[in-house]
Design a binder for this molecule. Structure first.
Ligand SMILES: Nc1ncnc2c1ncn2[C@@H]1O[C@H](COP(=O)(O)OP(=O)(O)OP(=O)(O)O)[C@@H](O)[C@H]1O
Ligand SMILES: [Mg+2]
Length: 420
């Protein structure tokens, strides 16, 4: 494999409940992102977004990254990782300093940001993000670049996302056990929002609902930033399980049938179209096999969706996303692949709904261009945006960023040991 052209190279790693996916992209001189390679493995060690089996997760991570490396023809050393389990808390810390009417200098901004960093109280949680979003100049909010403006008072809004430490440390450990350096661990909704929402949507107000296999993340964006989030421990894998138990069949068949024949919409034709259920065990003869209508299948799917939409509605209300007029909801995650889900959600939630897919990456293979890969693409976009993080002003806060020299060699050695 080629030696590292590390300049501008970004690797994203999304460790989900159903799949682990990796993407290597190159940032070009013009600022665009070109995908060089992608990889994917079934995830066997993650339950509802939490690492439950370290070894299985580590192997899936290593294999997904190696596949992306083979396609890209390069070795990578560090990755940007998403964290999508529950427990994320999003907050905005506001701070103001007196400037006495002089023009804002870089030193004023630096002082303010340092004070901002000291003002963050994580309350025993681990801080994943601490990013200055907008400045306020003499009460005028939403200033992007205050440098050079005359100001009596300069304020800043700092967006802080924190979560419980242990699940993040477990994820961090799995990635490092796969001999990869962790550049940063990003709250999944922050990344997902970057890949499938427009800047205008984030500015005007939009809700993002990511239906994964085991987790549904609901987040609300307003004024350009993530204003609040909630996590529901239910996802598209629950639809699969419902189908499997309703018709006494194997999960694998239920999963395939959901993806091929399943729909959130009702159609009169569904009463006439039939599907032969595969028996759960090969001993059961074909004669015993159950034959169901598509209407029966979709009935099971809709029952689960009704529960899920009820939970989503509750969380949106708690997050203050109430007024449906003109408000947009964007559905993404693998669960948003289900036929007819946007129409169904529109009816159930009473807002305009569209399905969000990854955007902003050139040469993204079709197999990774669906809504299940929005977080992965968002991670790469987040990394490419060169985010300022206040924690970098203070090394002691960098709890999840560690350098590990020679990571590639260690990984090769581990792979060698695993195979022989
Ligand atoms: N065509 C389809 N129709 C219906 N469901 C689909 C389709 N394609 C994928 N899914 C479902 O999407 C889910 C996987 O979504 P996704 O890849 O976003 O989850 P994940 O990231 O692995 O898990 P999580 O984010 O919950 O930890 C699976 O349950 C799968 O059945
Ligand atoms: Mg996911």
């Amino acid at each position: 494999m080629a030696k590292l052209p590390t300049e501008g190279l970004i690797t994203a790693l999304d460790v989900g409940s159903s799949k682990v996916s990796a993407l290597i992209a190159q940032r070009t001189d013009s600022g665009s992102l070109v995908v060089l390679g992608t990889g994917q493995r079934e995830s066997r060690g993650v339950k509802r977004g939490y690492v439950a089996d370290m070894r299985a997760t580590e192997i899936a991570i290593r294999e997904a990254v190696e596949q992306a490396e083979r396609i890209a023809g390069i070795n990578i050393e560090n990755v940007w990782v998403s964290f999508s389990a529950g427990g994320l808390v999003s907050d905005v810390v506001k701070l103001e300093a007196d400037l006495g009417g002089h023009r804002v200098e870089q030193a004023d901004i630096d002082e303010l940001l340092k004070a901002g960093r000291d003002a963050i109280d994580p309350q025993g949680k681990m801080v994943l993000h601490a990013q200055p979003t907008r400045y306020t100049v003499d009460g005028l909010a939403g200033v992007k670049r205050p440098l050079g403006l005359h100001a009596d008072r300069l304020g800043v809004d700092i967006h802080v996302v924190s979560t419980d430490g242990s699940p993040v440390r477990n994820l961090d450990l799995c990635v490092r056990s796969a001999h990869l350096e962790v550049r940063s661990i990003i709250a999944a909704p922050v990344a997902t929002g970057l890949a499938c929402l427009t800047e205008e949507e984030r500015e005007l107000g939009v809700a993002l609902v990511e239906i994964g296999a085991g987790v549904t993340n609901v987040s609300v964006f307003a004024g350009g930033v993530l204003a609040g989030l909630a996590s529901i421990p239910m996802g598209s894998a629950d639809v699969t399980d419902d189908i499997a138990s309703a018709f006494g069949t194997a999960r694998q068949w239920a999963e395939r049938t959901k993806c091929f024949h399943g729909s959130a919409n009702l159609s009169p034709r569904d009463n006439r179209e039939t599907i032969d259920v595969m028996p759960a065990t090969p001993e059961e003869s074909a004669a015993d096999a159950l034959r169901i209508t598509k209407a029966q299948l979709n009935g099971i799917i809709r029952q689960r969706l009704e529960r899920l939409m009820g939970e989503i509605q509750k969380e949106l209300k708690k997050l203050g996303f109430q007024d449906p007029v003109g408000r947009q909801i964007v559905l993404t995650g693998g669960g948003a692949e289900l036929k007819g889900i946007a129409d169904y959600a529109q009816q159930a939630l009473g807002s305009a709904v569209r399905v969000g897919r990854p955007r902003g990456l050139a040469a993204l293979p079709d197999a990774h261009a669906g809504p299940a890969f929005t977080t992965l693409a968002g991670l790469a976009r987040f990394a490419a945006s060169d985010p300022i993080d206040l924690r970098s002003l203070e090394p002691s806060h960098q709890m999840v960023t560690r350098a590990s020299p020679g990571a590639v060699l260690q990984r090769l050695m581990a792979a060698f040991r695993a195979n022989y």
